[in-house]
Design a protein around this ligand. Structure first.
Ligand code: SF4
Ligand code: SF4
Ligand code: SF4
Length: 382
């Protein structure tokens, strides 16, 4: 194996192959990283149900194994858990599975010296989108006529959203569920980065056979992860077949086109200047100043937050200083991950508001946050 290789791989442990998605490779890599002492801890999502996962940091391989499996309806971003690790262990090393938006958050935090890229192993996961748990349960009852409590597995495959209980399996096309207002989170519909080429490995089921994972080895660290798992007898690999490589490319290009169509639909320009101001004022009117959008944002990194420090709830500005500062401060770093919209109790479409500002700035400065270590246009490190 070498950097640039595409392989298919799977866990040698039969139990893990059953528990984990796509042959249990990712869990085996996490276990391998711990057993070979490449890292001190791993981050994983412990499954509570198909609709709830709790991020854990652990050095216990059994705990890592218990977190095997994918959770499309638990859209958590792991960036800040990695930041916390480096706050506690500046010289430590950690491995974690990352969707493209986790990976982009981590890279932006690394630029702000909150994460050491030499000591973080990023097992990238292809991502076609994640779903809000509450609306997914509603969708199951209304569209699938299935009891959410009975769901044991879910999967996104060939443009379909598939749910399984012990007794049955039902699949509906993503287009159909999204037409009805369900399906992937809004930010995922227009997210155009689906293969995490900025990670150490890019893993996924696109182009892979049953019970195996397609892996592209992207960096020296990625190669180290794969080799240590092979040498430790945890995984098996084979060269990726040409057909699989083509299927993966095609799937990615279909996803990119879908994202582009959604983007054009959602981000209709507001040409009139006075309408533009009104749009922001109306959208933010119901804000209750809870600050949840700040705490959950994976690219927020100030130690003393200016958006909170400069804000006074008694201000009478047309748009609160809190939001104005955030809109400006995140203009070069917003990755459109959707976390702020997910947590807002006032249901303010924050991701759209941020992206409307950020996309123009990022396009102007030819800067895409989180895809490489390029310096942001308004760079400032405290
Ligand atoms: S924002 Fe993109 S990377 Fe993140 S969960 Fe959605 S589709 Fe996946
Ligand atoms: S502002 Fe919202 S969409 Fe942008 S990076 Fe932060 S949480 Fe994600
Ligand atoms: S999460 Fe929503 S309500 Fe809370 S501060 Fe942010 S915009 Fe306001």
């Amino acid at each position: 194996m070498k950097i640039g290789d595409c392989v298919v791989a799977w866990s040698k442990d039969e139990e893990l192959r059953k528990m984990g998605a796509s042959g249990g490779l990712v869990t085996s890599l996490l276990v391998g990283a711990l057993e070979t002492e490449l890292v001190d801890e791993v981050i994983a999502l412990r499954k509570i149900s198909e609709f709830e996962g709790v991020p854990i940091r652990t050095s216990d391989t059994d705990e890592a194994i218990r977190s095997a499996g994918s959770l499309h309806a638990a859209p958590i971003n792991l960036t800040k858990f990695a930041v916390r690790f480096f706050e506690e262990h500046p010289d430590g090393a950690i491995a974690l599975p990352v969707k493209p938006c986790d990976c982009r958050g981590i890279i932006e935090q690394a630029k702000r010296r909150k994460i050491d890229m030499d000591r973080i192993y990023l097992i990238g996961l292809n991502c076609g989108g994640t779903m809000d748990p509450i609306t997914t349960m509603e969708m199951l009852e209304k569209m699938y006529e299935m009891d959410p409590k009975k769901i044991v597995e879910e999967e996104i495959l060939k443009g379909k959203l598939i749910f399984k209980t012990e007794e049955e399996e039902k699949a509906i096309s993503i287009d159909e569920v999204e037409e009805a207002g369900y399906g992937r989170r809004e930010s995922c519909r227009y997210c155009g980065i689906n293969i995490p080429m900025m990670a150490d490995l890019a893993c996924g089921n696109w182009g892979a056979g049953e019970d195996e994972t397609f892996v592209e080895i992207l960096t020296e660290k990625g190669l180290r992860l794969m080799k240590s798992a092979v040498d430790h007898g945890l995984i098996e690999t084979a060269p990726a077949p040409e057909k699989g490589i083509k299927i993966r490319e095609k799937t990615n290009s279909v996803m990119e086109n879908v994202a582009k169509t959604w983007y054009e639909k959602v981000f209709v320009p507001i040409e009139d200047r006075s309408e533009r101001m009104k749009y922001y004022m109306d959208a933010m009117e119901d804000c209750i100043d809870c600050e949840a959008c700040k705490y959950v944002c994976p690219v927020c990194s100030c130690d003393e937050s200016k958006c909170i420090g400069f804000y006074d709830p008694m201000d009478s500005h047309k748009i609160s200083i809190y939001h104005l500062i955030r809109l400006l401060h995140l203009a070069d770093s917003c990755i459109g991950c959707g976390q702020c919209t997910d947590v807002c109790p006032a249901e303010i479409p924050l991701t759209i508001l941020h992206k409307r500002v950020a996309d123009r700035i990022q396009a102007k400065y030819d800067y895409i946050p989180g895809i490489d270590m390029k310096t942001p246009p308004f760079f400032e490190v405290e």
